[in-house]
Design a protein around this ligand. Structure first.
Ligand SMILES: [Ca+2]
Length: 349
């Protein structure tokens, strides 16, 4: 009896260790919604070269470039990585409620620093990006993390068509917004500014949005030191990323920065290793009007609003109204450790 008990206990321990070991190694399923884009390309190749992630799909949204160019870029990037197994689908043609604003000024004529990649060996998935997102989230309930790194048009379309996905994703980690000024103007960050109505839908969809803002991205920069590190080893992917980084750093230097902001790669890295960032729960609203502030992510750091009650001809403050957080806002990143992760994953590829 005692021998049976010992054997059963040993077996239970072995089963536990195997299961625990397997879950520690099981890659996280992610969908990257992207407008590639120099830093998008960096983010995509970081994800494809990270064993912690299983990239289920890339869905393309218009932003840095139009949807047609974006789809072509995404297909060329997965082809360069030899990863035609990753579904790549086009999505929305334009923002929900305004004209598209493209960013060749920052990203070069084709959105990829003018670097001409070989023609793609991969084919586009015929599904509409937002539908592919809905399908994948239902196929793997509570397992898929969405990583939108462009305007939030596709995500807004998906969660509007099927609001149940808000409770079925594992997480949503966006690159977008800022709690301390914008990169388009004094208030707004580009991904939110390029489709504020979509961003408002996404922040109010009922899920907790992890927000990796431009204010943190601007303090997470790739410099010439990192570029030299990338250039030290050659491979198709690292050569491509080195060319992008050189263009991007040069462009940023012209604007007075000492390196280039790693906006989109930091969002991907946050899913690979959450200890790279410090997050704080806040309630975030998206300004969709505003004379100077359209597209601003207005973060309430106190968790409450004053309750002003009308008394005759004036209002009186009667305490505070508590606000439920809808976002985990990134306050700071460990830039050194992030850049180590990024360059080590890209080098030699
Ligand atoms: Ca992007």
């Amino acid at each position: 009896m005692k021998r049976f008990f010992v054997a059963a206990t040993t077996l239970a321990c072995v089963v536990f260790l195997v299961v625990a070991g397997a879950s520690a190694q099981t890659p996280q399923r992610v969908i990257i919604d992207t407008d590639p884009g120099v830093d998008d390309a960096m983010a995509i190749l970081l994800a494809l070269n990270s064993p912690e992630l299983k990239v289920e799909a890339l869905t393309v949204v218009p932003g840095n470039v139009d949807g047609r160019q974006g789809l072509e870029n995404a297909l060329k990037i997965v082809s360069l990585a030899g990863r035609c197994d990753v579904a790549v689908a086009g999505g929305a043609k334009h923002p929900l409620n305004q004209k598209l604003i493209t960013a060749q000024f920052w990203h070069g004529p084709n959105g990829l620093a003018g670097v001409e990649l070989p023609a793609s060996k991969c084919n586009a998935d015929s599904r509409f990006g937002p539908d592919l997102i809905i399908e994948t989230v239902h196929k793997y309930p509570h397992e898929v993390t969405l990583i939108p790194v462009g305007p939030l048009t596709n995500i807004a379309l998906a969660v509007s068509k099927d609001p149940s996905i808000a409770g079925l994703v594992k997480d949503i980690v966006i690159m977008g917004g800022s709690i301390s000024g914008g990169n388009v103007d004094g208030a707004a960050e580009a991904n939110i500014y390029n489709d504020p109505e979509a961003a408002s839908i996404v922040f109010n969809a009922g899920w907790m949005v992890t927000m990796i803002g431009s204010d943190v991205g601007e303090r997470t920069i790739i410099t010439r030191k990192h570029l030299a590190d990338l250039q030290a080893q050659h491979g198709p992917e690292s050569d491509f990323i080195a060319k992008l980084a050189d263009f991007y750093i040069t462009r940023s230097e012209k604007s007075g920065y000492s390196g280039a902001a790693m906006y989109d790669p930091l969002a991907v890295a946050t899913v690979i290793d959450p200890t790279l960032v410090t997050l704080k729960d806040m309630h975030v609203d998206v300004e969709t009007k505003g004379e100077f502030t359209r597209g601003e992510t207005v973060a309430n750091r106190m968790g409450s609003n004053e309750n002003n009650v009308l008394h005759g001809d004036h209002y009186e403050i009667e305490g505070a109204i508590e606000l439920k957080p809808n976002a985990r806002v990134c306050l700071v990143s460990d830039a050194t450790r992030f850049l180590q992760l990024f360059t080590s994953r890209i080098k030699g590829k």
